[in-house]
Design a protein around this ligand. Structure first.
Ligand SMILES: CC(C)(COP(=O)(O)OP(=O)(O)OC[C@H]1O[C@@H](n2cnc3c(N)ncnc32)[C@H](O)[C@@H]1OP(=O)(O)O)[C@@H](O)C(=O)NCCC(=O)NCCS
Length: 153
């Protein structure tokens, strides 16, 4: 199966009843190459649940029929007279990656956010993973002013 054989993709808003299908998709994607994360499913469930309980949370799901093929978890933030959507996690099911599904999903998300007054999408990612290219190809640019910092404790 590839994306060209699947024509009907539907965008839906996340609701808590979707948690298990989201955990399964997320688990499959991030326990496989190139990530190979050794994270128990329960921790992934807690992580996604925690994001979904964040104030301003907005989650998008992409379905092909009844099958979940994409998820995007993020938060709508309003400050300094502007409203942004910060993507925390986005993933397309392994079997359909690289088929243009992510581009279509992001486009639908952008339309929905635009209609609700969101003015920009923000995110942080690693420069070494392919998602970075995906974001660049879809119009994201690197901020000149902002850097992501961390400190081991
Ligand atoms: C990143 C992701 C959401 C992009 O969705 P997608 O449907 O695979 O992307 P599209 O098919 O719309 O776009 C393809 C382009 O994205 C980039 N890309 C990123 N990840 C890719 C992947 N796993 N496979 C193929 N292309 C990928 C490539 O530059 C590609 O362009 P090309 O076909 O000219 O090489 C998806 O690949 C994914 O879920 N990856 C794993 C999880 C992840 O990295 N999430 C983001 C963490 S910050």
């Amino acid at each position: 199966m590839n994306a060209k054989q699947i024509k009907n993709f539907t965008l839906k808003q996340y609701t808590p009843e979707h948690i298990e299908t989201c955990v399964s998709l997320f688990f499959d994607v991030f326990t496989s190459a190139p990530f190979n994360f050794q994270i128990p499913k329960n921790n992934m469930r807690r992580y996604l649940t925690d994001i979904s309980n964040t104030p301003g949370f907005k989650g998008y799901l992409y379905f092909s029929g009844y099958r979940l093929v994409g998820l995007c978890f993020g938060t709508v933030l309003s400050y300094f007279q502007t409203t942004t959507y910060d993507i925390k996690e986005i993933a397309i099911t392994k079997q359909l990656q690289g088929e243009g599904v992510g581009k279509g999903f992001l486009g639908e998300i952008e339309k929905d956010l635009d209609a609700t007054g969101v003015k920009a999408i923000t995110l942080s990612t690693q420069k070494t993973i392919r998602a970075f290219e995906f974001y660049e190809k879809n119009g994201f640019t690197i901020s000149e002013q902002t850097v992501y910092m961390s400190k081991p404790l």
